[in-house]
Write a protein that binds this ligand. Sequence first.
Ligand SMILES: Nc1nc2c(ncn2[C@@H]2O[C@H](COP(=O)(O)OP(=O)(O)OP(=O)(O)O)[C@@H](O)[C@H]2O)c(=O)[nH]1
Ligand SMILES: [Mg+2]
Length: 266
Amino acid sequence: MSVRVSAMSVLPPVRRDRIIAQLPQYFKKEAALHTKDDFNNKVRTACQEQRTGTVGFKISKVIVVGDLAVGKTCLINRFCKDAFDKNYKATIGVDFEMERFEVLGVPFSLQLWDTAGQERFKCIASTYYRGAQVVIIAFDVNDVASLGHVRQWLEDALKENDPTAVQLFLVGTKKDLSSPAQYSRIEQDALKLAQEMRAEYWAVSSLTGENVKEFFFRVASLAFETNVLAELEKSGSRQIGDVVRINSTSNKLYATSKKKHPNCCQ
Ligand SMILES: Nc1nc2c(ncn2[C@@H]2O[C@H](COP(=O)(O)OP(=O)(O)OP(=O)(O)O)[C@@H](O)[C@H]2O)c(=O)[nH]1
Ligand SMILES: [Mg+2]
């Protein structure tokens, strides 16, 4: 009897409530990263044919930033532990949680970095911003000032990352505390800002759980889709290179490399 041990087999199976088979929809059409109904066709096919390369082993880094006490820790705890603490305990520096998903049959993990909003811990927290694929900026829908500080959080997060490669989300928290009229006033400003920043907008409540799971499923799905598309592009260009190599004589290869690097030592 042979025993196969792989990296995946030593991990516990993905929780049944972390399985994503359909693309979760955006919250607001006017501020969505994209408005398609379903996963990209190429992505679906690649998953069916198990051509997703390293994506199944990939862990995407997600950072959650925003003013102190807007509810970043509560948001992560509601999703990861289905828990809510009404007492405020400031995050000191950073904390992180791992969440494993299965998207279109492929394992996919998010590393959720919960950062400190307090000014005195910002310096430590910002050293963890680097390498984020997803940036979530949280503000409290009952606190206009926290929305006003979003641009600064964005600037700080993008200093450490490639702005063209980051997927951005703007999340209004504590929706349970605002009346519909109050909420709709701040939502107008938040939507405008999200459009300017090219972020996807969501409003959630960690107290009631409203939209929390939907939001993280959307984050996981869009991050996954982007990773598979990048992987397909990479393997596409690798194939082109392979064809050139097989069909070329060694002389031609030498000639090509000389042309590419005319100043190289020979
Ligand atoms: N009513 C209500 N209260 C919330 C909600 N989310 C968070 N809170 C409360 O807001 C306070 C701050 O929440 P935290 O999650 O600790 O805030 P934080 O953004 O992590 O704060 P820092 O770690 O200091 O940056 C706590 O007292 C929470 O109970 C929510 O959805 N509804
Ligand atoms: Mg916190």
